[in-house]
Design a protein. Structure first.
Ligand code: HEC
Length: 139
């Protein structure tokens, strides 16, 4: 069974590369989501928070959430700036609940989780600035 599964992943990787910035076709997103469902952050604390709060939506095509490692989708979102992405994560955006429903996640935790989801780092300055803007908000 290992060989066919590997073939599907290679196919997905090649098709994703080929379609550049466009949203990937449904079958490619499904293959990406299958792969994403097997991945966890290296850090044990972040991994626990991710499994508790983020994984259900962010490896599920029908949730409307950008999938873990879905480069074209994350690139679009980061075009608004890393500060906006982190701020939206804390406040919630459309079907995404505030703090991704991780109420004990700090801004730093969320930045680490965003790095895992998107492959992009958020600078310590941005984390500090966004945390200050959102301090004192009800959770
Ligand atoms: C209930 C489902 C759900 C959960 C749980 C969830 N998300 Fe999301 N997330 C979404 C959806 C849906 C979107 C896309 C929202 C939109 O733009 O319409 C999203 C978008 C995002 C974005 C992009 C924000 C932007 O500016 O475009 C980030 C970053 C993110 N989620 C991080 C997380 C993290 C980190 C967790 C866990 C702590 C998490 N999410 C948990 C559903 C979820």
């Amino acid at each position: 069974m290992i060989k066919p599964a590997f073939g599907v992943l290679v196919f997905a990787a090649v098709s994703l590369a080929a379609c550049d910035n466009a949203t990937a076709p449904a079958e490619d997103r499904a293959a990406l989501a299958m792969k994403a469902a097997t991945m966890l952050p290296d850090d044990a604390d972040l991994s626990a928070k991710y499994e508790r709060s983020c994984i259900a939506c962010h490896v599920t095509v029908d949730s409307g959430a950008p999938i873990v490692g879905e480069q074209a989708e994350w690139q679009k979102r980061f075009q608004a700036g890393e500060k906006t992405v982190l701020s939206n994560t804390i406040s919630g955006i459309r079907a995404m609940p505030p703090r991704g429903s991780c109420l004990d996640c700090t801004a730093d935790d969320l930045a680490g989780l965003i790095t895992f989801l998107s492959g992009r780092t958020i600078s310590a300055e941005t984390v500090a600035a966004v945390a200050a803007e959102h301090s004192g908000e009800p959770e």
